[in-house]
Design a protein around this ligand. Sequence first.
Ligand SMILES: Cc1cc2nc3c(=O)[nH]c(=O)nc-3n(C[C@H](O)[C@H](O)[C@H](O)COP(=O)(O)O)c2cc1C
Length: 312
Amino acid sequence: MSDAASGPALHPALHTRFCDLVGCRYPIVQTGMGWVSGASLTAATSCAGGFGILAAVTMTADQLAEAIGAVKERTAHAFGVNLRADQPDLADRIELCVREGVRLVSFAGAPTKDAIAELHGAGVLVMPTVGARRHAEKMAEWGVDAVIAQGAEGGGHTGVVPTSLLLPQVVDAVGSEIPVLAAGGFYDGRGLVAALAWGADGVAMGTRFLLTRESRVPDAIKRPLVVFGRAPFAFYVAHLYVIHTLAVIFGVMQGFDAREFLTYSFFFPKGYGVGLPGTYAVWLLVVAALYPLCEWVAAVKSRRQEWWLSYL
Ligand SMILES: Cc1cc2nc3c(=O)[nH]c(=O)nc-3n(C[C@H](O)[C@H](O)[C@H](O)COP(=O)(O)O)c2cc1C
């Protein structure tokens, strides 16, 4: 894989504490996105000078081991793995990351104190995603190495506080102790400059990487988004409603995980710039068509989720 991680001198503002911490050239993280960031995307990001993170929440332990091996075959640069504290085999996954010399483990939400201790004991960095100032303070108290401050623009999973309000709060609260990465709505150079101006140490982006060649999003979904990206919203609704509904039905019949398709369906409206109301309108259509399936997904999720607040 070609390596753009070295090159002409950068403006000093682009070399932040985070670059030194994880050993990357640009203060740009490609986040662990379930079903999207596999070995190719992670390796390509780290090779290009950013910091790639493997999405392991949606991988089995065996798949994770294979993906880590595949990243290491493609690049010698540092990369990370994304986990959740409530995964039943978390200890095994941590052991695997330690054994494989993974540089950093990011957490969707809060890690446990035990997980932090175990990872730190082996020299692995820990970086949770936070959606409120208090969460950042708590994580800094627990000794994490960096935080991703993710505003509601990042999909709403970490709370409703917009990036523009959350980021300065988190920077003020913990920025003197640990690097803070800005997430939720960043997708280009001016966003990076804005994040740095807010006092962040870089950006962590998800959606921006969905349509890259290396992302695991199927070409059948990427292609219409690229082709119709600027078409009227009606095109999008027609495409999503008909094609994605069929994709889910046939996918389930063929034994694929329905949540994978639902994830794609949910996040793609952002690529059309329809904003949150448009996103929810589309999502409602899909939910109406797939209501029984969604009920099952919700039941599975509620059994598994351990919310932030239970740590506070
Ligand atoms: C398709 C998709 C899947 C995601 N899956 C995960 C995940 O498994 N774990 C996680 O911590 N964050 C996940 N996220 C959130 C991203 O890691 C990231 O924080 C967010 O996308 C940042 O906002 P942006 O998309 O506006 O750049 C996901 C995001 C997307 C778009």
